[in-house]
Design a binder for this molecule. Sequence first.
Ligand code: NOJ
Length: 541
Amino acid sequence: MLSKCRWWRDAVIYQVYVRSFLDSTGDGIGDLAGVRAGLPYLKKLGVDGIWLSPFYPSPQHDHGYDVADYCGVDPLFGDLAEFDLLMAAARRLGVKVLLDIVPNHCSSEHPWFQEALASAPGSAARARFHFADGRGPDGAEPPNNWHSMFGGPAWSRVTEADGRPGQWYLHMFAPEQPDWNWRNQEVGAEFDRVLRFWLDRGIDGFRIDVAAGLFKHPQLPDSDDPEADARTRDSVNPLAWNQPEVHDVWRHWRTVCEQYTARDGRERLLVGEVSVPSAREHAKYVRPDELHQAFFFDLLSAPWDADAFRKVITEAMQDIAGTGSTVTWVLNNHDQVRTVTRYGEPATGCSGLGAARARAAALLMLALPGAAYIYQGEELGLPEVVDLPDDVLTDPIFRRTGSRARIRDGCRVPLPWSGQASPFGFTSGAESARPWLPQPSYFAEYATDRALADTRSFWHLYRDGLQLRAALPQLGEGTLDWLDAPPGVLGFVRGDGLVCAVNFGTAPTPAPVPGTPLLSSGPCPAGVLPGSTAAWWMSDL
Ligand code: NOJ
């Protein structure tokens, strides 16, 4: 009973980036009915649940991470009735559903921000956000030197009712995403209402955007190192992120979830997007009375190197598992360069290298103790689309920095489902229907119908890995014991004799211990672990 109730501890969740998953209306943008149509595909893949990227009413400046109404569905994606149908279908199939909640900021079109703009400085409406007077003679300089994560200053100036330039408001992301002031009681109360609205509709939990955000230093002082803040998209400004008060919010949200669990025994999950400087800081977010899980991004950012992987896995196991939670492994999401491309080394001229490594990494992740998240399209081995023309790019980072470096459109290109030409079955519209981002012709090779028909595909590797994970008691939650392995090779045992080994090098090496093969990420002769390959087997020892 206990383990059933704590389903999330080793769950594998598939991230559905709704606008790029499947389009049921023919407008070139994926939607909730498309997600419902795709559920049997995901069930067949074997994931435990889905996380839906934001589908709320939004002007879409940051593809829904700019929320204008937290309790609705944007007509682009459907309506509440369609959401309820999706929930019912997911429930029938036994697929859990997590929603993406965005508490750090809203949209500049949110009614409360509009009210703040129309109200005077010092008003109660402005107190829900961070409004401040500017510096310099005419208040023409921002109130402090903080940078936005999307480039440029973190402040924008408003025009007051009399038509004159007035106060500034804080936005740690785009100007269209004003930050909430969590020191204002009304903000927390409003989010309670939002949580209950969706929990009452039967969801299984929330993925929490920017969960180390929310509170800022109360005096909003200058940062000592604004240049460092500007150089990185990571949350490095210690005055704007990871303030101690945020933990009270997660304690409170946990109690809200537990109230629902107390009614029906079904545990609701809170998983945070937590970007903080160390595994130790990260662990604070998953203390027993806070978030259930927090994405562990160090695996995603580790270079393809056995020692680097071993270090991040060891730290995670020590610091996070030490809280009583499980580690939440992540190799990809809608903000990152796709795995196949990230692990590729074009300079070597070896085109299959990135794919081989991505397959090995997937098998490694699925063998680690804890939970795992998979971004849509990774199960197809989709590469990043690196040559999108400037005029189709939508990422606000591109607009605000003028740079293509680290933009996020290339991993968000709509999925190919079938056929030889775009839209590859993504949209139910005419052949001429245009997906919101153009799909390259080579996506034909990755279409789901081809992947399902080819037992050597990424899809089959993921499916087989997920099936074994569900069947073998050694996998999922628990501990791992490292094996002695040659340099460049990682090997560990799970439970009663299940071995996972990964060869990070390119030359073959003997398998660390003998045994019976279960699954490998590439061809694997008996007793040998080829380069860029991971394998699972049952040890004979
Ligand atoms: C993190 C989300 O994953 C990203 O897509 C978004 O742009 C920022 N948070 C701001 O909400």
